[in-house]
Write a protein that binds this ligand. Structure first.
Ligand code: COI
Length: 359
């Protein structure tokens, strides 16, 4: 089904104001945004407008009670200049998983994908070149009832804007294992991409940064023993030639699109893969024995981010040098080749948007 989307074009593009050779993550925004309203039990009023600020009532529900969810996906260009969006169907599905957990209405997956497609087609000139750069696509939904009181909102707004970005991490990352703070518990909302999960991570992140780390590596909340994720990315280890990543089972870890893609590529490349719990005890034991070959994060913004060091209590542990990282390098290479259309998309992951077509 095709949705009718009204288009109001920006009078003048802002693209000439942006230096595409210097794209810090998240600082620049393309010319247009997609907006839809949820009112009287239905999504309506689909429109693309020039990128603009929102005017909000101070009692807007999302500000107070946190009914706010988001997604992140990326577009690259292929050699002909067509836009290629990576796995938007996965983001559309996960968006509704988050919506359900937060008591928000689901959004038709077809509408999510069509809106992504049209906004990217319209602003395709904003897609930067190069492996480290892309057009980051940010869909989000928020509760917009103008009301004080804890209840599910009746009205919601869904928006997509896009942002040309460079690398999220400009260097290999150091992560600090948190025991004092817990990101998610079974039965909580750890699997949802809801704003509160990120808000609650900021104070522990500040403490980690004060110690010289880039990110927090979260442990499970029950035993404080098993690795979970990093908040900005899922986590992988290579130990004794086996790729290991924590399982999603307890609902405390985000079901990352890059995570699932890394796993699919590992299977394809014949890399032994285990989706299982891995404890701090096992990790440090194997590290001391010299069996830990790699650790890396996987996320849309972060892509594949090598982890170069791990902090635990007052100790810092250096991991093997980046030049020795054969597993993650080979996965990253194939992933980029698929995303940029250099090799055939045998998994059917890419949404190709011919840029010659008019909206
Ligand atoms: C993403 O990877 O898309 C996220 O939403 C995480 C955030 C670090 C930007």
């Amino acid at each position: 089904m095709k949705y009718e989307i009204k288009i109001n074009l920006a009078e003048k593009s802002k693209i000439s104001e942006v230096d595409f050779n210097n794209l810090p993550f998240g600082n620049f925004f393309s010319d247009h945004m997609f907006i839809a309203d949820y009112k009287e039990g239905t999504w309506q009023n689909f429109r693309i407008e020039p990128f603009h600020n929102l005017s909000m009532h101070p009692a807007t529900s999302a500000f107070h009670y946190g009914q706010s969810i988001f997604e992140g996906l990326k577009a690259q260009k292929d050699a002909e200049g067509n836009a290629l969006v990576f796995r938007p169907d996965r983001n559309a599905k996960r968006f509704n998983i988050s919506a359900e957990r937060m008591g928000m209405p689901s959004l038709p997956e077809g509408l999510f994908i069509q809106a992504v497609e049209e906004i990217v087609r319209l602003d395709h000139e904003w897609i930067p070149n190069g492996e480290l750069s892309s057009l980051y696509i940010r869909p989000f939904m928020m509760a917009v009832d103008e009301h004080v009181g804890i209840r599910e909102s009746d009205n919601y707004t869904f928006i997509i804007f896009t942002s040309p970005v460079g690398a999220y991490y400009s260097a290999p990352v150091k992560v600090f294992i948190s025991e004092d703070y817990i990101r998610a518990f079974p039965g909580g909302a750890g699997f949802a991409k809801c704003a509160g999960n990120y808000g609650a991570s900021l104070l522990p992140l500040r403490f980690a940064k004060e110690k010289g780390y880039d990110q927090v590596l979260w442990l499970d909340g029950i035993e404080k023993k098993y690795f979970q994720e990093c908040g900005t990315m899922n986590v992988f280890f290579v130990i004794n030639n086996v790729l290991i990543t924590p399982p999603l089972g307890a609902g405390t870890i985000l079901d990352g699109v890059t995570r699932s893609s890394v796993m699919a590529l590992a299977k394809k490349q014949g890399i032994p893969l285990e989706e299982r719990d891995i404890s701090t005890e096992e990790f440090f034991r194997e590290l001391a024995l010299g069996n830990v070959q790699e650790a890396f994060g996987a996320g849309t913004a972060a892509t594949i981010a090598p982890i170069i060091g791990v902090g635990f209590h007052d100790q810092y542990f250096e991991l093997p040098p980046i030049e020795t990282r054969t597993f993650s390098v080979s996965i990253k290479k194939e992933l980029f080749a698929i995303k940029s259309g250099e090799i055939a998309d045998e998994f059917g992951w890419m949404l190709k948007i011919p840029v010659t077509e008019k909206v």
